[in-house]
Write a protein that binds this ligand. Structure first.
Ligand SMILES: *[C@@H]1O[C@H](CO)[C@@H](O)[C@H](O)[C@H]1NC(C)=O
Ligand SMILES: [Cu+2]
Length: 230
């Protein structure tokens, strides 16, 4: 009995240290497996976050793996998901960006002012009396590929920004990865505003350098551009 509870608390401690990665793309309810349609990130073993928003790893976190992935076909207007390898248990927010890959997602490194935001999941504030994070403890980020997005190959970059130790500069933890997709049946929309990644954040944004505990934030501003929904 005592040994069993020791083992349980030991494994709980191990998982609390383990952080998480974002390895799986789900299209039409079907997962193709870990690191198949998503580029395997440097942290596939350590699960450590990126904390320097100016680092080249802030794009797709692949400076060590140099990974590319298999490009998945997705219909414009459909709902797809990116799944973490466990619950994203830190208090935090979610953003999903896309960038036109100029014809070939596998050979695009994510550089240039090409990224636009397609989804976000902010916290719920209540005038300073409480703040809660719908983006915490979920393991799946589900969003819609805008119906009017032009057909073509894109990178999709999801980030979970953990804010539990974000009160000093560089304390926010970014868990991120990039999927490769070919969008079919799209429209003639013009996605924007367009940003570069890195470049989109300085780290000093009120939604990145923030004490979420005291005083309880009365409001919260999502970092980055507005969502483009087509
Ligand atoms: C809350 O709103 C104020 C006033 O617009 C702004 O200065 C502040 O940065 C916001 N706080 C957060 C955490 O976004
Ligand atoms: Cu962590």
């Amino acid at each position: 009995m005592r040994l069993a509870s020791l083992l349980v608390s030991a494994s709980f401690a191990a998982s609390a240290l383990a952080h998480y990665t974002l390895p799986t793309l789900i299209v039409n309810g079907k997962s193709s497996g870990e690191w198949v349609n998503i580029r395997r990130t440097n942290n596939y073993n350590t699960q450590a976050p990126v904390q320097d928003v100016t680092s080249p790893d802030f794009t797709c976190y692949t400076s060590e793996t140099h990974a590319t992935a298999t490009t998945a076909e997705v219909a414009a207007g459909s709902s797809i998901s990116i799944k973490a390898n466990g619950p994203m248990y830190h208090a935090g927010v979610v953003n999903v960006y896309m960038a036109n890959a100029g014809g070939n997602a596998a050979s695009y490194d994510g550089s240039g002012q090409k990224w636009f935001k397609v989804y976000d999941m902010p916290p719920v504030t209540n005038g300073g009396s409480s703040i809660s994070f719908p983006g915490a403890d979920i393991d799946t980020i589900t969003f819609t590929i805008p119906k009017s997005l032009p057909s073509g190959e894109y990178l999709i970059r999801a980030e979970h920004i953990a804010l539990h130790s974000a009160s000093s500069f560089g304390g926010a933890q970014f868990y991120l990865s990039c999927a490769q997709v070919k969008v079919t049946g799209g429209g003639s929309g013009s996605p924007g505003p367009l940003v570069s990644i890195p470049g989109v954040y300085t780290g000093n944004e009120p939604g990145i350098k923030i004490n979420i505990y005291y005083p309880v934030p009365a409001n919260y501003t999502m970092p980055g551009p507005a969502v483009w929904s087509g």
